[in-house]
Write a protein that binds this ligand. Structure first.
Ligand SMILES: [Zn+2]
Ligand SMILES: [Zn+2]
Length: 184
C-alpha cells in the first residue's frame, strides 16, 4: 500500500499524554499516515468550563468542570480550519474526539465521534486511549463500524477491547483502506 496522503494532527488538552507517541507509531503502521504532527498542549478557554450545578453532579464531579459538547466543537472549529486532507484528533482528560468532515461546519449533523475514557483503570488507560484514538482516526478516514472481534472498528468501541495493546483491522477494513488509496 502506498502512503496515505493524510496529515494527522493531534491536539492534547491540559496534559502531554504519554501514549501519544504510540498513537503516532501505530497510525503510521496501520493507516500508512505519512505525516503526524503533535501540537503543544493547550487549555480550554475558561468560559467553556462550567461548574456542576446539581448536588448530585457536584458529588460525582467534585472539583472537575464540565463542558458542553456544542461549545467545545465551536472552540475546536476556531482552532482548526477545515482541510479534507487533515485529520484532527483531540485528546481531553476524559474524552477522545475524532472528527470527520464536520469540522468545516458544512453539515448540520456533526460527524463527530467521541469516546469517554472516564473511569478506565490507570493500568489500562494508555492502551485503551491508543486503541480508541486509532478507532477515531479510522472514522476520520471514512471507515465504518463492523462486528468482527479483534477489529479496531468493532462497535461499540469499548476501552477494554484494547487492554492487551493489540491494534488491528479485520480483512474487510484492510481492503477498504487499500481500495481508498488506489482510488485517489
Ligand atoms: Zn466508532
Ligand atoms: Zn472491521
Amino acid at each position: 500500500m502506498r502512503k496515505m496522503r493524510f496529515h494527522l494532527i493531534i491536539q492534547p488538552f491540559y496534559y502531554n499524554y504519554d501514549f501519544i507517541e504510540d498513537i503516532c507509531k501505530n497510525s503510521k503502521s496501520l493507516y500508512k499516515i505519512m505525516k503526524v504532527e503533535i501540537l503543544p498542549k493547550i487549555m480550554l478557554p475558561k468560559y467553556l468550563l462550567l461548574s456542576p450545578k446539581s448536588p448530585l453532579a457536584k458529588f460525582f464531579m467534585r472539583k472537575r468542570k464540565m463542558v458542553y459538547l456544542e461549545d467545545l466543537l465551536g472552540e475546536l472549529k476556531k482552532l482548526f480550519a477545515y482541510d479534507s486532507k487533515k485529520i484532527i484528533l483531540a485528546i481531553l482528560p476524559h474524552y477522545i474526539l475524532g472528527f470527520g468532515d464536520d469540522l468545516a461546519g458544512l453539515t448540520p449533523e456533526p460527524n463527530l465521534s467521541i469516546v469517554s475514557t472516564y473511569g478506565i483503570n490507570e493500568r489500562h488507560l494508555s492502551k485503551a486511549c491508543v486503541g480508541i484514538s486509532l478507532h477515531e482516526i479510522g472514522h476520520s478516514l471514512g471507515l465504518r463500524h463492523c462486528k468482527i472481534k479483534g477489529c479496531l472498528m468493532k462497535a461499540p468501541c469499548k476501552p477494554k477491547n484494547f487492554y492487551k495493546g493489540v491494534y488491528q483491522l479485520c480483512k474487510e477494513h484492510e481492503n477498504k483502506l487499500i481500495h481508498m488509496e488506489t482510488q485517489k
